[in-house]
Ligand binder design. Structure first.
Ligand SMILES: Cc1cc2nc3c(=O)[nH]c(=O)nc-3n(C[C@H](O)[C@H](O)[C@H](O)COP(=O)(O)OP(=O)(O)OC[C@H]3O[C@@H](n4cnc5c(N)ncnc54)[C@H](O)[C@@H]3O)c2cc1C
Length: 511
């Protein structure tokens, strides 16, 4: 039998500690040991606070207790993302973590909805999504487990303090045997024959060897990029935003909203992430279209409460490594690639890569077939997210700023163009089994950005129009009535996972 695989993770941000927690939580110690090296002096990227529903699955899988994690990470629930001013100025839609309506008369709901609008009945698609109606009302409850109920048609994610979440995972991993070393890696040595990473040397002089290295060093990509020289494929021509400025602000007493907001601005977009104790904010922008000072001043003049610190600037380039697993080094997190946080996909990509690594877990000598399959799956995930993000920029009708005119006329990947044309001409949405996003997500963004199909599924016509209209009206009323009975998100959070960091004035005024 093989001796345990000796794994060294370099980097202790969300990526490093997610990897350590998952390996320590799931893999038996006679199969692998984990050591994580991180440098407090270098620190973490310090952003990354909005997530996708897959995180609940990841946490559940490795054994994280939800209420405990939420309480300690200042977390709130998230039912989707609101996009303000994206399709055109004055527009607003929510991309929910759930479907719109339920099949009616043998056809998918949205086909009936298109049929209703084409026959002159003005209806808003958003009114048929349970999580959207709940979001707008500031309500939250767990989804019903009864699949026949409309209140089962959604899932949820979290907003949290990234540093507190990483700290939570660190304690979790250490309790399960992961060993942490404080220190800066100053040198990396390669094996002369295989080209594998043989060891990393710390500033203290300690030399650390391993069978498998996981590069979680963030944008530095110390192992995969600097040492192994794996190239970075840039996607800036489609996703021109290359900077962000971030600042937390006070949370005002009042409703705690269960969704992230993304507001389109002249040269990018601004995020707003509601936590229990504060609100996270940032402006993601394209430096070709605005200066840093202007971006910061736009951000500061569009906060809900007083800024809690000076704005912090970050630089990045959209894209991914051409291979995330090279030799005996697996890059996870920002070292493997970056896609702007418009759809909160980075932590998803991290945890998905970890899950894939656990599925394709290597022996001491890495089988090239495992590596190739890992890279294929990771690449696919990135490419799918890329297309979805580009859609938000491409399908816009804004004429007020250069960035939006550029995006509307840029050439987009064929993989996106084909999906878009298919929807436009038939009303059908391409489905795939691996990778984000589901047809429900594509539908929300297509319609939200103003892309309307010319036709709908012919099967929808089986049902008489008046009968179908009656059913969709009934569905809308049923959703409104059920949401009305839900608890407010603020009250739910205070009951389920109250953080100790919430200022007294806000805790007392919970709505
Ligand atoms: C503006 C912005 C907003 C974002 N918002 C979201 C969001 O809302 N949702 C989402 O899912 N994601 C978001 N992300 C992405 C998210 O922040 C990252 O995916 C996540 O934090 C993981 O980062 P990381 O662990 O890869 O890197 P980092 O947090 O940068 O961690 C790197 C680690 O490596 C260590 N390190 C580096 N060099 C060395 C060395 N030489 N020796 C020892 N240790 C070293 C550092 O000390 C640190 O511990 C956002 C990113 C940006 C830039």
């Amino acid at each position: 039998m093989d001796t345990p695989l000796n794994i060294v993770i370099v980097g202790g941000g969300t990526a490093g500690w997610s990897a350590a927690a998952a390996i320590a939580g799931i893999v038996s110690r006679n199969v692998a040991s984990v050591r994580l090296i991180e440098s407090e002096e270098i620190g973490t990227v310090g952003v990354g606070e909005a997530t996708l529903p897959h995180m609940k699955e990841f946490n559940d899988h490795i054994g994280v207790i939800e209420a405990d994690m939420m309480q300690q990470a200042n977390a709130t629930f998230k039912l989707g993302i609101e996009f303000v001013d994206w399709g055109f100025k004055g527009s607003s839609y929510i991309h929910p973590f759930g479907v719109h309506g339920q099949p009616i008369g043998g056809a998918r709901f949205h086909h009936q909805w298109v049929r209703a609008t084409q026959s002159g009945h003005e209806t808003n698609l958003q009114d048929y999504s349970y999580p959207i109606v709940a979001s707008r009302a500031g309500k939250f409850d767990f989804p019903s487990k009864d699949q026949n109920q409309i209140s089962s048609t959604y899932s949820y994610a979290y907003h949290f303090d990234a540093a507190l979440y990483a700290g939570y995972l660190r304690r979790f991993a250490e309790r399960r045997g992961a060993v942490r070393t404080e220190g800066k890696v100053t040198d990396v040595s390669l094996d002369g024959q295989s080209g594998d990473i043989a060891s990393v040397t710390l500033e203290s002089g300690e030399v650390v060897t391993a069978d498998l290295f996981i590069d979680c060093t963030g944008f530095r990509a110390l192992l995969i990029g600097e040492t192994l020289g794996v190239a970075y494929q840039g996607w800036s021509k489609w996703l021109p935003c290359d900077r962000a400025v971030a600042v937390p602000c006070d949370r005002l007493p009042g409703k705690l909203l269960p969704y992230t907001r993304s507001t389109a601005r002249a040269a990018g977009w601004q995020w707003r992430i509601p936590l229990q104790s504060r609100t996270g904010n940032g402006y993601v922008y394209a430096s070709d279209f605005i200066s840093d000072d202007e971006a910061a001043s736009t951000l500061l003049s569009n906060l809900d409460g007083a800024a809690q610190s000076d704005p912090r600037f970050l630089k990045f380039r959209a894209g991914r490594r051409v291979a995330s697993w090279q030799k005996n080094c697996v890059a996870i997190g920002l070292s493997s690639g970056f896609l702007e946080p418009l759809e909160s996909t980075s932590i998803y990509l991290i945890q998905q890569a970890i899950t894939t690594l656990l599925t394709l877990f290597p022996r001491k000598t890495v089988d090239p077939a495992l590596r190739a399959e890992f890279n294929r799956r990771v690449d696919l995930e990135y490419d799918r997210v890329r297309d979805f993000l580009i859609l938000h920029y491409y399908a816009n009708a804004r004429d007020d700023a250069e960035l939006w005119r550029y995006c509307r006329s840029m050439e987009v990947p064929d993989s996106l163009l084909e999906k878009l044309e298919f929807f436009r001409s038939t009303g059908h949405i391409e489905t795939y089994t691996a990778g984000l996003f589901t047809p429900a997500s594509w539908l929300a963004v297509y319609v939200g950005q103003g892309v309307m199909p010319q036709r709908y599924d012919r099967q929808a016509d089986k049902q008489p129009l008046e009968e179908m209209l009656g059913e969709i009206r009934k569905l809308r009323a049923q959703i409104a009535e059920r949401v009305d009975r839900m608890p407010s998100h603020g009250v739910f959070v205070e009951d389920y996972c109250p953080s100790n960091d919430v200022p007294a004035a806000i805790a007392e005024a919970v709505e």
